[in-house]
Design a protein around this ligand. Structure first.
Ligand SMILES: [Zn+2]
Length: 81
């Protein structure tokens, strides 16, 4: 598996939507790739934060903006601007 392939299935991996064989392939890649390990960790955290938010039906545009702010912070970067 390449990093690019991992990125494409990251959402399904974090959401538990992958079959066991694919999960194992992802986990093997993560164990040998520090960059993807950090990415998966950040993404998992972002998903948890997202689920922790009240389920009162955020407007999609607001949710997208929220993620745009949260994700760089979770990666330890400063949001642009
Ligand atoms: Zn990788």
């Amino acid at each position: 598996m390449t990093c690019e392939e991992l990125h494409q299935m990251l959402h399904d991996y974090v959401g538990g939507a992958l079959v066991v064989e694919t999960r194992t392939t992802v986990e093997v890649h993560i164990s040998g790739c520090e960059h993807c390990g950090v990415l998966v960790h950040s993404y998992t955290h972002t998903v948890r934060v997202g689920r922790a938010l009240p389920r009162c039906g955020l407007p999609p545009a607001f949710e997208a903006r929220l993620r745009a702010v949260l994700e760089p912070e979770l990666r330890g970067e400063k949001p642009a601007g």
